[in-house]
Design a protein around this ligand. Sequence first.
Ligand SMILES: NC(=O)c1ccc[n+]([C@@H]2O[C@H](COP(=O)([O-])OP(=O)(O)OC[C@H]3O[C@@H](n4cnc5c(N)ncnc54)[C@H](O)[C@@H]3O)[C@@H](O)[C@H]2O)c1
Length: 359
Amino acid sequence: MTDILEVREISKDENNVLANMVGMDHEQVLFCQDRATGLKAIIAVHNTVLGPALGGTRMWNYANEEDAITDVLRLSRGMTYKNSISGLNLGGGKAVIIGDSYTQKNEALFRRFGKFVESLSGKYITAEDVGISPQDMVWVNKETNHVAGLPGKSGDPSPVTAYGVYVGMKACAKAQYGTDSLNGIKVAVQGAGHVGQYLIKHLTDEGAKVFVTDIHEPSLKDVSEKYGSTIVGLDEIYDLDVDVYAPCALGATVNDATLERLKCSIIAGAANNQLEQEIIHGKAVMDRGIIYAPDFMLNAGGVINCFAEVDGKSAEWAMEKAAQIYDTTTEIINGSKANNIPTYAIANKMAEDRIKGAL
Ligand SMILES: NC(=O)c1ccc[n+]([C@@H]2O[C@H](COP(=O)([O-])OP(=O)(O)OC[C@H]3O[C@@H](n4cnc5c(N)ncnc54)[C@H](O)[C@@H]3O)[C@@H](O)[C@H]2O)c1
């Protein structure tokens, strides 16, 4: 294995799949098509040093094939880091199905996809991601047992994800304010979806003052009625005088424009890929004295929940494992301070070191 720390950006020549596999150090990419069902899918196995590659399947109407390839290569590599830093015996993988998740879903398509997953003999374990429901996984499961996230099993991962974000946020508070109590702390939550709502409950229970925004009015009404959260505008969220900014909706919201406006001293949320440009904005955040909890580490509760399902572990085990995100966050912050290196870089190195140590 080459040093994956050194090679993290996709090549400009995105058509060159093998060159990108070399650059990002992917083990295997499987292109799948079936005329009868119209299935077009790509399964990317990034790294299986720590165990089988686990990562969800995304169904998305990509503008072109290159976008689908780029997405699956990046997402599968991200799963390697997430699974590694979470101490799970899992590698990283991901699948994409090219198509409209509202109009093109049917049993035959997902069963055909399941056969392709089965053809990898357990090297890749799939689960839900964007555009995929537990019912779709039931169809996949008719052809392969290498599936997590089935109904009646580990269930909705969001409570575990939210709990991990909550404990990680407390670890950030301890490092920034000397106490991990969130009582009286002002938190801006962007996105009151599955994870956001559970997170807001934890925060409110502990006495934090929550400000929330969402594009979906009913979700906002719900959290304001249940938890007394203050509703703010979609753009206003970046200007609030708060202690913590918790992105729980979109990626890339920490960027040149928002960094000029953010007044928080902690960024800790569930969204993936929060830093628009990891190297530039990871450093910019540190230079402003903001503690950034690396997203792939902080939001690992969901994959911890999946692992519990495939490894026959209990829901209690998953919550205990998610609780360890507190210690991991502390270790990352300490490493960042001691070496004057951004937190994302410390987290990446920790994930890579565990893989190298297992070789
Ligand atoms: N669900 C999990 O267990 C899990 C695990 C790891 C990472 N994540 C990530 O965490 C984030 C939240 O996941 P989720 O399961 O709660 O998703 P979700 O779709 O249930 O919630 C996202 C919420 O964000 C809102 N939203 C969308 N665009 C917005 C905008 N511009 N401004 C404000 N709000 C906006 C949506 O209306 C929705 O309510 C996602 O980025 C997801 O990839 C989730």
